[in-house]
Design a protein around this ligand. Sequence first.
Ligand SMILES: Nc1ncnc2c1ncn2[C@@H]1O[C@H](COP(=O)(O)OP(=O)(O)OP(=O)(O)O)[C@@H](O)[C@H]1O
Length: 297
Amino acid sequence: MTGKIELQNLTKAYGKKIALQGIAATLEPGKIYGLLGRNGAGKTTLLHLINAHLFPTSGKVLIDGEEPFENSQVLRKLCFIRESGNFKKNLKVRDIIGLAALTYPGWDPHFAGELVHQFELDENKKVKALSKGMESALGVIVGLASRAPVTIFDEPYIGMDVVHRQQFYDLLLEDYTRHPRTIILSTHLIDEVSKVFEGILILDQGEVLLHEETEALRERAFYFSGERETVDELTQGLQIICSEAFGSTKQVAVFGDVPDEITRKARHAAVKIDSVPIQKLMIYLTTRQERGEQEHA
Ligand SMILES: Nc1ncnc2c1ncn2[C@@H]1O[C@H](COP(=O)(O)OP(=O)(O)OP(=O)(O)O)[C@@H](O)[C@H]1O
Protein backbone atom coordinates (compact mmCIF):
# COMPACT_ATOMS: atom_id res chain seq x y z
CA MET A 1 0.00 0.00 0.00
CA THR A 2 1.23 3.54 -0.78
CA GLY A 3 1.11 6.54 1.53
CA LYS A 4 4.02 5.95 3.89
CA ILE A 5 5.38 9.18 5.36
CA GLU A 6 8.85 9.37 6.86
CA LEU A 7 9.93 12.44 8.76
CA GLN A 8 13.69 12.38 9.10
CA ASN A 9 15.20 14.75 11.63
CA LEU A 10 13.03 17.54 10.32
CA THR A 11 13.72 21.10 11.42
CA LYS A 12 12.01 24.28 10.27
CA ALA A 13 12.98 27.78 11.32
CA TYR A 14 11.20 30.99 10.32
CA GLY A 15 14.08 33.42 10.73
CA LYS A 16 15.09 33.06 14.37
CA LYS A 17 11.92 31.22 15.35
CA ILE A 18 12.43 27.47 15.38
CA ALA A 19 8.98 26.06 14.68
CA LEU A 20 10.04 22.40 14.42
CA GLN A 21 13.14 20.76 15.79
CA GLY A 22 14.45 17.27 14.99
CA ILE A 23 11.11 15.68 14.15
CA ALA A 24 11.61 11.96 13.52
CA ALA A 25 8.61 9.71 12.96
CA THR A 26 7.20 7.27 10.45
CA LEU A 27 3.52 7.30 9.61
CA GLU A 28 2.54 3.91 8.27
CA PRO A 29 0.41 3.70 5.13
CA GLY A 30 -3.30 3.09 5.46
CA LYS A 31 -3.80 4.47 8.94
CA ILE A 32 -5.67 7.43 10.38
CA TYR A 33 -3.43 9.67 12.49
CA GLY A 34 -4.40 12.41 14.88
CA LEU A 35 -1.91 15.27 14.88
CA LEU A 36 -2.32 17.04 18.21
CA GLY A 37 -0.67 19.80 20.17
CA ARG A 38 -1.31 23.18 21.72
CA ASN A 39 -1.45 26.43 19.75
CA GLY A 40 1.88 27.12 18.10
CA ALA A 41 3.17 23.56 18.64
CA GLY A 42 4.14 23.30 14.96
CA LYS A 43 1.29 21.20 13.51
CA THR A 44 0.51 23.39 10.50
CA THR A 45 4.21 23.87 9.77
CA LEU A 46 4.67 20.09 9.71
CA LEU A 47 1.70 19.64 7.37
CA HIS A 48 3.07 22.31 5.02
CA LEU A 49 6.41 20.50 4.95
CA ILE A 50 4.74 17.18 4.12
CA ASN A 51 2.87 18.91 1.30
CA ALA A 52 6.02 20.63 0.02
CA HIS A 53 4.46 24.06 0.58
CA LEU A 54 7.53 24.81 2.68
CA PHE A 55 11.12 23.67 2.41
CA PRO A 56 12.71 22.20 5.56
CA THR A 57 15.61 24.07 7.13
CA SER A 58 17.21 20.66 7.59
CA GLY A 59 16.10 17.05 7.47
CA LYS A 60 13.79 15.35 5.02
CA VAL A 61 10.21 14.36 4.32
CA LEU A 62 9.86 11.17 2.32
CA ILE A 63 6.58 9.97 0.88
CA ASP A 64 6.85 6.38 -0.27
CA GLY A 65 10.60 6.90 -0.20
CA GLU A 66 10.68 10.08 -2.31
CA GLU A 67 10.95 13.75 -1.46
CA PRO A 68 7.79 15.65 -2.42
CA PHE A 69 9.39 18.93 -3.53
CA GLU A 70 8.74 19.53 -7.27
CA ASN A 71 8.02 15.82 -7.60
CA SER A 72 4.76 15.42 -9.48
CA GLN A 73 4.71 11.65 -8.91
CA VAL A 74 4.54 12.32 -5.17
CA LEU A 75 2.44 15.48 -5.23
CA ARG A 76 -0.40 13.76 -7.08
CA LYS A 77 -0.71 11.36 -4.13
CA LEU A 78 -1.45 14.25 -1.74
CA CYS A 79 -4.60 16.15 -0.86
CA PHE A 80 -4.28 18.90 1.75
CA ILE A 81 -7.38 20.58 3.14
CA ARG A 82 -6.61 23.56 5.32
CA GLU A 83 -8.66 25.42 7.89
CA SER A 84 -9.55 28.09 5.30
CA GLY A 85 -8.51 29.59 1.99
CA ASN A 86 -8.68 26.31 0.09
CA PHE A 87 -10.69 27.66 -2.82
CA LYS A 88 -10.89 30.72 -5.08
CA LYS A 89 -13.75 32.85 -3.80
CA ASN A 90 -15.17 33.65 -7.22
CA LEU A 91 -15.64 30.05 -8.29
CA LYS A 92 -18.89 28.15 -7.88
CA VAL A 93 -19.12 24.93 -5.88
CA ARG A 94 -19.70 23.09 -9.17
CA ASP A 95 -16.43 24.56 -10.59
CA ILE A 96 -14.46 23.53 -7.52
CA ILE A 97 -15.79 19.99 -7.78
CA GLY A 98 -14.93 19.98 -11.51
CA LEU A 99 -11.38 21.18 -10.85
CA ALA A 100 -10.89 18.64 -8.06
CA ALA A 101 -12.00 15.87 -10.44
CA LEU A 102 -9.15 16.89 -12.77
CA THR A 103 -6.60 17.26 -9.96
CA TYR A 104 -6.95 14.01 -8.03
CA PRO A 105 -6.34 10.74 -9.89
CA GLY A 106 -8.49 8.76 -7.45
CA TRP A 107 -11.46 11.19 -7.51
CA ASP A 108 -14.85 9.52 -7.18
CA PRO A 109 -17.50 11.70 -8.87
CA HIS A 110 -20.38 9.61 -7.60
CA PHE A 111 -19.18 9.88 -3.99
CA ALA A 112 -18.58 13.62 -4.45
CA GLY A 113 -22.19 14.03 -5.64
CA GLU A 114 -23.47 12.10 -2.63
CA LEU A 115 -21.42 14.27 -0.28
CA VAL A 116 -22.66 17.51 -1.84
CA HIS A 117 -26.17 16.25 -1.23
CA GLN A 118 -25.46 15.09 2.35
CA PHE A 119 -23.88 18.42 3.31
CA GLU A 120 -26.73 20.26 1.57
CA LEU A 121 -24.44 22.40 -0.60
CA ASP A 122 -25.88 24.42 -3.46
CA GLU A 123 -23.60 23.71 -6.43
CA ASN A 124 -24.52 27.00 -8.07
CA LYS A 125 -23.33 29.14 -5.17
CA LYS A 126 -20.01 30.92 -5.35
CA VAL A 127 -17.50 30.19 -2.59
CA LYS A 128 -17.77 33.80 -1.41
CA ALA A 129 -21.51 33.31 -0.85
CA LEU A 130 -21.07 30.25 1.35
CA SER A 131 -21.25 30.44 5.11
CA LYS A 132 -18.04 29.52 7.00
CA GLY A 133 -19.45 26.11 7.85
CA MET A 134 -20.53 25.49 4.25
CA GLU A 135 -17.08 26.42 2.96
CA SER A 136 -15.58 23.98 5.43
CA ALA A 137 -18.03 21.33 4.22
CA LEU A 138 -16.77 21.92 0.69
CA GLY A 139 -13.22 21.28 1.93
CA VAL A 140 -14.30 18.09 3.62
CA ILE A 141 -16.07 16.95 0.43
CA VAL A 142 -12.98 17.54 -1.70
CA GLY A 143 -10.74 15.83 0.88
CA LEU A 144 -12.94 12.76 1.12
CA ALA A 145 -13.81 12.37 -2.56
CA SER A 146 -10.15 12.87 -3.59
CA ARG A 147 -9.39 9.41 -2.17
CA ALA A 148 -5.78 10.63 -2.21
CA PRO A 149 -3.30 8.05 -0.80
CA VAL A 150 -2.24 10.77 1.66
CA THR A 151 -5.18 12.93 2.69
CA ILE A 152 -4.51 15.67 5.20
CA PHE A 153 -7.06 17.74 7.07
CA ASP A 154 -5.79 20.69 9.11
CA GLU A 155 -8.66 21.80 11.38
CA PRO A 156 -11.05 21.33 8.45
CA TYR A 157 -14.32 22.07 10.18
CA ILE A 158 -14.18 25.67 11.35
CA GLY A 159 -17.77 26.88 11.54
CA MET A 160 -19.29 23.47 10.86
CA ASP A 161 -22.06 22.65 13.31
CA VAL A 162 -21.94 19.56 15.49
CA VAL A 163 -24.29 17.61 13.19
CA HIS A 164 -22.09 18.19 10.14
CA ARG A 165 -18.95 17.46 12.13
CA GLN A 166 -20.38 14.12 13.26
CA GLN A 167 -21.39 13.43 9.67
CA PHE A 168 -17.80 14.11 8.62
CA TYR A 169 -16.34 11.68 11.20
CA ASP A 170 -18.86 8.96 10.22
CA LEU A 171 -18.24 9.43 6.49
CA LEU A 172 -14.49 9.48 7.01
CA LEU A 173 -14.53 6.17 8.87
CA GLU A 174 -17.01 4.54 6.50
CA ASP A 175 -15.13 5.57 3.35
CA TYR A 176 -11.73 4.82 4.87
CA THR A 177 -12.89 1.29 5.74
CA ARG A 178 -13.79 0.71 2.08
CA HIS A 179 -10.77 2.60 0.69
CA PRO A 180 -7.94 2.57 3.25
CA ARG A 181 -5.43 5.38 2.83
CA THR A 182 -3.18 7.48 5.03
CA ILE A 183 -5.19 10.21 6.69
CA ILE A 184 -3.81 12.89 9.00
CA LEU A 185 -6.27 14.95 10.94
CA SER A 186 -4.95 17.90 12.91
CA THR A 187 -7.49 19.03 15.45
CA HIS A 188 -8.20 20.64 18.78
CA LEU A 189 -11.57 18.83 19.10
CA ILE A 190 -9.87 15.69 20.33
CA ASP A 191 -12.68 14.15 22.37
CA GLU A 192 -15.06 14.32 19.43
CA VAL A 193 -12.83 12.55 17.00
CA SER A 194 -10.28 10.49 18.96
CA LYS A 195 -12.12 7.24 18.36
CA VAL A 196 -11.24 7.37 14.66
CA PHE A 197 -7.50 7.73 15.29
CA GLU A 198 -5.34 4.64 14.94
CA GLY A 199 -2.17 6.54 15.72
CA ILE A 200 -1.45 9.74 17.62
CA LEU A 201 1.36 12.22 17.09
CA ILE A 202 1.56 14.95 19.72
CA LEU A 203 3.83 17.92 19.08
CA ASP A 204 4.94 20.19 21.86
CA GLN A 205 6.99 23.34 21.24
CA GLY A 206 8.20 22.02 17.91
CA GLU A 207 9.19 18.56 19.10
CA VAL A 208 7.54 15.14 19.12
CA LEU A 209 6.17 14.62 22.60
CA LEU A 210 4.44 11.36 21.83
CA HIS A 211 3.99 9.08 18.82
CA GLU A 212 2.02 5.97 19.52
CA GLU A 213 -0.76 3.65 18.42
CA THR A 214 -4.03 4.75 19.98
CA GLU A 215 -4.79 1.31 21.43
CA ALA A 216 -1.37 1.07 23.05
CA LEU A 217 -1.82 4.57 24.42
CA ARG A 218 -5.14 3.67 26.02
CA GLU A 219 -3.28 0.94 27.91
CA ARG A 220 -0.59 3.32 29.12
CA ALA A 221 -2.52 6.10 30.81
CA PHE A 222 -4.76 5.46 33.80
CA TYR A 223 -6.67 7.24 36.51
CA PHE A 224 -6.44 5.79 40.01
CA SER A 225 -9.32 7.07 42.14
CA GLY A 226 -10.15 6.28 45.71
CA GLU A 227 -9.13 6.90 49.27
CA ARG A 228 -6.28 9.41 49.36
CA GLU A 229 -3.64 7.42 51.25
CA THR A 230 -4.29 4.19 49.36
CA VAL A 231 -4.05 5.98 46.02
CA ASP A 232 -0.76 7.58 47.10
CA GLU A 233 0.61 4.23 48.17
CA LEU A 234 -0.38 2.48 44.96
CA THR A 235 0.93 5.17 42.65
CA GLN A 236 4.22 5.66 44.44
CA GLY A 237 7.06 5.10 41.97
CA LEU A 238 4.74 5.38 38.93
CA GLN A 239 4.97 8.30 36.51
CA ILE A 240 2.31 10.70 37.80
CA ILE A 241 1.07 13.23 35.25
CA CYS A 242 -1.79 14.78 37.22
CA SER A 243 -3.05 14.59 40.74
CA GLU A 244 -6.22 16.05 42.23
CA ALA A 245 -7.43 15.68 45.78
CA PHE A 246 -11.06 16.08 46.89
CA GLY A 247 -11.18 15.96 50.70
CA SER A 248 -10.36 12.39 51.72
CA THR A 249 -10.38 11.06 48.15
CA LYS A 250 -7.98 11.53 45.34
CA GLN A 251 -7.60 10.99 41.61
CA VAL A 252 -4.14 10.44 40.19
CA ALA A 253 -3.36 10.06 36.49
CA VAL A 254 -0.34 7.91 35.69
CA PHE A 255 1.45 7.37 32.42
CA GLY A 256 3.42 4.25 31.56
CA ASP A 257 3.14 0.57 32.39
CA VAL A 258 1.30 -0.34 35.57
CA PRO A 259 2.55 -3.63 37.08
CA ASP A 260 -0.15 -6.34 37.41
CA GLU A 261 0.64 -6.47 41.12
CA ILE A 262 -0.51 -2.84 41.52
CA THR A 263 -3.68 -3.48 39.51
CA ARG A 264 -4.47 -6.44 41.77
CA LYS A 265 -3.83 -4.44 44.93
CA ALA A 266 -6.00 -1.60 43.63
CA ARG A 267 -8.89 -3.98 43.02
CA HIS A 268 -8.64 -5.32 46.58
CA ALA A 269 -8.41 -1.81 48.01
CA ALA A 270 -11.47 -0.55 46.07
CA VAL A 271 -9.36 1.90 44.09
CA LYS A 272 -10.87 2.38 40.65
CA ILE A 273 -8.63 2.27 37.60
CA ASP A 274 -9.94 3.85 34.38
CA SER A 275 -8.21 4.83 31.18
CA VAL A 276 -7.46 8.52 30.62
CA PRO A 277 -9.22 10.05 27.57
CA ILE A 278 -6.77 11.19 24.87
CA GLN A 279 -7.75 14.86 25.21
CA LYS A 280 -7.03 14.83 28.95
CA LEU A 281 -3.77 13.00 28.36
CA MET A 282 -2.65 15.64 25.90
CA ILE A 283 -3.50 18.39 28.37
CA TYR A 284 -1.57 16.66 31.16
CA LEU A 285 1.47 15.92 29.03
CA THR A 286 1.69 19.40 27.52
CA THR A 287 1.11 21.35 30.74
CA ARG A 288 3.19 19.37 33.21
CA GLN A 289 5.52 22.19 34.12
CA GLU A 290 2.56 24.44 34.82
CA ARG A 291 0.67 22.16 37.20
CA GLY A 292 1.32 20.90 40.70
CA GLU A 293 -1.09 18.82 42.74
CA GLN A 294 -4.50 20.42 42.79
CA GLU A 295 -6.46 20.48 46.00
CA HIS A 296 -10.25 20.90 45.85
CA ALA A 297 -12.44 21.72 48.83
N1 LIG B 1 5.29 32.38 8.57
C1 LIG B 1 5.74 32.36 9.82
N2 LIG B 1 6.68 33.25 10.22
C2 LIG B 1 7.17 33.24 11.47
N3 LIG B 1 6.76 32.38 12.44
C3 LIG B 1 5.81 31.48 12.10
C4 LIG B 1 5.26 31.43 10.78
N4 LIG B 1 4.34 30.44 10.74
C5 LIG B 1 4.32 29.90 11.98
N5 LIG B 1 5.21 30.52 12.79
C6 LIG B 1 5.50 30.19 14.20
O1 LIG B 1 5.89 28.84 14.25
C7 LIG B 1 5.32 28.19 15.40
C8 LIG B 1 4.47 27.00 14.94
O2 LIG B 1 3.32 27.50 14.26
P1 LIG B 1 2.24 26.54 13.62
O3 LIG B 1 1.25 27.38 12.90
O4 LIG B 1 2.93 25.48 12.86
O5 LIG B 1 1.58 25.89 14.93
P2 LIG B 1 0.21 25.09 15.12
O6 LIG B 1 0.53 23.92 16.01
O7 LIG B 1 -0.38 24.76 13.79
O8 LIG B 1 -0.68 26.12 15.91
P3 LIG B 1 -2.30 26.32 15.99
O9 LIG B 1 -2.84 25.14 16.72
O10 LIG B 1 -2.42 27.58 16.77
O11 LIG B 1 -2.80 26.45 14.58
C9 LIG B 1 4.52 29.27 16.13
O12 LIG B 1 5.35 29.80 17.13
C10 LIG B 1 4.25 30.31 15.07
O13 LIG B 1 4.15 31.59 15.63
